[in-house]
Design a binder for this molecule. Structure first.
Ligand SMILES: CC(C)(COP(=O)(O)OP(=O)(O)OC[C@H]1O[C@@H](n2cnc3c(N)ncnc32)[C@H](O)[C@@H]1OP(=O)(O)O)[C@@H](O)C(=O)NCCC(=O)NCCS
Length: 187
């Protein structure tokens, strides 16, 4: 079963393996240019986890999709950039949309006022997703840019994020328990 939950820095290897499973074309669409496996490992190594939230679609030990939300510039500018990737066999099932929605909830609850999503003009699937949240895409230096403006946080949106976090933890624990050999919990 695929769980959607926040990732932590100790799960950086999962992120590298996910990105390395993307095809060359998917890497080009994700990063705007081709990236080697080593380039992807360097990219993950350089992530500043204090300024980045990563939410993944996790199945067992594997990550099949991820959205990364990074603060852009100083914190007081209230800006962040969002990037998302979903592996081929998991695409077109609503996962990309769900990941973006969860990242926007995190952005909203952090008081982020503008979330930028950049993509290549030929990348129709991400434009379709961006339009669900933003409506308008503009051409900036040859790329298409969506500016999504999350509303102010409310107690309800904070509760929703807390609920998502708790659900992720509980589902993960139940999954581990179901996989454990029968009787392994006893003395
Ligand atoms: C972009 C990406 C994350 C989408 O993931 P996904 O799980 O397939 O996304 P969803 O299923 O939620 O939505 C995809 C939408 O694109 C639409 N779509 C798919 N192929 C399309 C095409 N060729 N032309 C137009 N729309 C298309 C789908 O119908 C769907 O729209 P709908 O929800 O209105 O039906 C995935 O394709 C991917 O990882 N691509 C490579 C990396 C990338 O491009 N990242 C974005 C740059 S940050």
């Amino acid at each position: 079963m695929t769980l959607v939950r926040k990732l932590s820095a100790v799960e950086a290897d999962k992120l590298t393996h996910h990105l390395c499973r993307l095809s060359l074309e998917e890497r080009r669409l994700r990063f705007g240019h081709g990236v080697s496996d080593q380039g992807l490992a360097d990219f993950v190594q350089a992530i500043d986890w204090s300024e980045t939230w990563a939410i993944g679609a996790v199945d067992g030990q594997d990550l099949h999709g991820v959205v990364e939300l990074r603060r852009a510039g100083a914190w007081w500018t209230g800006a962040a950039e969002l990037s998302v990737s979903v592996e081929g066999p998991y695409q077109n099932q609503g996962l990309g949309t769900r990941l973006v929605a969860e990242a926007l909830l995190v952005a909203r609850n952090r008081g982020i006022r503008t979330v930028f999503l950049l993509c290549l003009p030929e990348n129709r699937p991400i434009q379709r997703i961006a339009k669900k949240f933003s409506g308008r895409l503009t051409m900036v230096d040859g790329d298409l840019e969506a500016r999504i403006q999350p509303a102010q946080p409310t107690p309800l949106t904070v509760m929703m994020e807390l609920f998502n976090d708790t659900r992720g933890i509980v589902q993960g624990v139940l999954e581990q328990a179901a996989k454990a050999p029968a009787g392994s919990g006893g003395r």
